[in-house]
Design a protein around this ligand. Structure first.
Ligand code: CMP
Length: 140
């Protein structure tokens, strides 16, 4: 059965542009509940570990550089079938291909600077949530 929690990150482009509140409100309106949140600047080691699966891809150095360039906002969100629901809500990786009304269509600039991250499986959601949060950081 699909899990009801997922991990998202408001990326430095959107956080810097003052869009964190708008994006969270957008997601809350769609039924996502906020379970944990923090604001932080990732170190290169943290970003490298978080995106280790993409190591070796041509965009990896640019991705790590971007994700460490300024503050970001990791959050755990809750909703039924959370991983799929959030991926639907944020839209395609490239905002040019994202559906109308999705977070990336509304707030992202490009494939690299694409406003928001969302876990792509229940397994990764659990791993990524543990990456940023202790059990005691979650409200329930
Ligand atoms: P995200 O959902 O955070 O997961 C991996 C990220 O790699 C992705 O969003 C994009 O920001 C980034 N990415 C994927 N493909 C490209 C690409 N072709 N060029 C630049 N960045 C990319």
């Amino acid at each position: 059965m699909a899990g009801n929690r997922t991990l998202t990150i408001i990326k430095p482009d959107a956080f810097n542009a003052g869009k964190a509140g708008l994006i969270l409100a957008h997601l809350e309106k769609q039924g996502f509940a906020l379970i944990a949140a923090r604001v932080m600047k990732l170190t290169p080691a943290q970003a490298g570990e978080f995106y280790a699966v993409h190591k070796g891809r041509p965009f990896y150095p640019e991705l790590v550089e971007f994700m460490t360039s300024d503050y970001c906002m990791p959050m755990v969100l809750e909703k039924g079938d959370a991983v799929l629901a959030l991926r639907d809500a944020i839209g395609a990786t490239d905002p040019a291909e994202a559906a109308p009304g999705t977070v990336r269509k509304l707030y992202a600039e490009s494939k690299g600077r694409n406003a928001i991250h969302a876990s792509d499986s229940d397994e990764n959601a659990a791993r990524e949530a543990r990456f940023f949060f202790a059990e005691t950081d979650l409200i329930r």
